[in-house]
Design a protein around this ligand. Structure first.
Ligand SMILES: O=C(O)C(=O)C[C@]1(C(=O)O)C=C[C@@H](O)C=C1
Length: 360
């Protein structure tokens, strides 16, 4: 699959003056609930009304969605409000029902994207549809698996595609429900700049208080849209209560978000930008040359260790370096998270160098 300008045609055709917004409850619970939320979203920036009707839940016994019955409610949303409707599909039967009921956009969840068999089944069922299909990232941070899933759908003739970034699970406890791993989404954009990329801040944060900030980061990174779970009574939602916002909160979020443009032609801005970029180029060059010097020293240590038959990994020394660098980093306004990531990568490279020498 290659990047093609036409991949974003369906989004461009909407001619929006704001990011695409997909809003609605995590789950369709009752007909009244669905219609109430839809009416409250009708005159907002929301372009598509979302509601999950088949819910993949972590444990059996949790609310697993109302099933096909919910499609009737979604159809009513379209009739009564004129909003386009969308839902998640997780197998061929779901796709068939969604298409028969004229759902306007379908998305595939993170727990489906992980499985090439399920993705192929869904792709076959979608064959030839002109409805947009959005593919969420797989639960694990694996860009190839995400792209592979998209490719399966694209190859089955679905030309209106998009990606949803919903973050990645981790054993680590963090402030996020699913860690964003922005770097992976940036890589995605580099490879496929024309596949519309939509952020799902609800699943990334798991917490409505953090939705605004994460959404702003996405807009700062050129995302095309947001999928935000919205419920008239979030506290009492049947699923994911902590991460849903009210329709009025959604309106406020959309008002407060700053929409960035890709560039600006003004000369003064461009001069200042070029100047700072030239400074960055020099610093980057210095960083590489310093890292090269560091590795030469590491190679020397490797040779010494080889002579004396000493192990490459020296945990005590390594921990001392990490501790010192975190403190120094702080003095220079560098976050602990960044210092740890960077030095772990440097340490690994140093180990790789020494391994070559010691075993060479
Ligand atoms: O100090 C050492 O013994 C090294 O090999 C250098 C180094 C490093 O790159 O800083 C690499 C591996 C060890 O685990 C500790 C530190």
């Amino acid at each position: 699959m290659e990047n093609k300008k036409e991949m974003r045609n369906w989004l461009d055709a909407l001619n929006l003056d704001h990011p695409l917004v997909i809003a609605g409850p995590c789950s369709a619970e009752t007909e009244e609930q669905v219609l109430k939320i839809a009416h409250e979203l009708k005159d907002t920036d929301a372009n598509y009304f979302r509601a999950g009707i088949w819910k993949p839940r972590t444990r059996p016994g949790m609310f697993e969605g109302v099933g096909a019955l919910g499609l009737n409610w979604l159809k009513k949303v379209k009739e009564e409000t004129g909003m386009k409707i969308c839902t998640e599909v997780a197998n061929a039967a779901h796709v068939k029902l969604a298409l028969e009921n004229d759902v306007d956009l379908l998305w595939i969840g993170a727990r489906s994207t992980v499985s090439p068999f399920i993705m192929q089944e869904i792709a076959d069922a979608l064959k030839g549809t002109d409805k947009p299909v959005l593919i969420k990232n797989p639960v694990n941070p694996d860009l190839s698996l995400w792209l592979g899933g998209i490719e399966r759908i694209y190859k089955s003739g679905v030309k209106n595609i998009g990606a949803i970034h919903r973050g990645f699970s981790s054993y680590q406890k963090t402030k996020y429900r699913n860690i964003p791993e922005w770097q992976l989404a940036i890589e995605f954009q580099n490879k496929f700049p024309d596949i519309p990329l939509i952020l799902d801040p609800s699943h990334i944060t798991g917490n409505r208080e953090m939705i605004f900030d994460v959404s702003q980061t996405a807009l700062d990174l050129n995302y095309d849209g947001l999928m935000i779970e919205t419920h008239h009574d979030p506290e009492n939602a049947w699923s994911d209560a902590a991460q849903q916002v009210t329709p009025s909160k959604l309106i406020q979020i959309m008002k407060d978000l700053k929409i960035r443009k890709e560039t600006d032609a003004e000369a003064e801005y461009n001069n200042a930008l070029n100047n700072l970029r030239a400074q960055i180029d020099i610093v980057d060059h210095d960083i590489i040359s310093l890292l090269g010097k560091r590795m030469i020293a590491a190679d020397g240590i490797g040779a010494l260790k080889k002579k004396k038959n000493v192990a490459v990994l020296q945990s005590k020394r390594w921990n001392e370096i990490l501790g010192k660098m975190v403190l120094e980093g702080e003095e220079h306004g560098l976050s602990e998270e960044f210092i740890l990531r960077m030095f772990k990568a440097i340490h690994q490279e140093s180990i790789n160098h020494q391994e070559k020498i010691i075993n060479g």
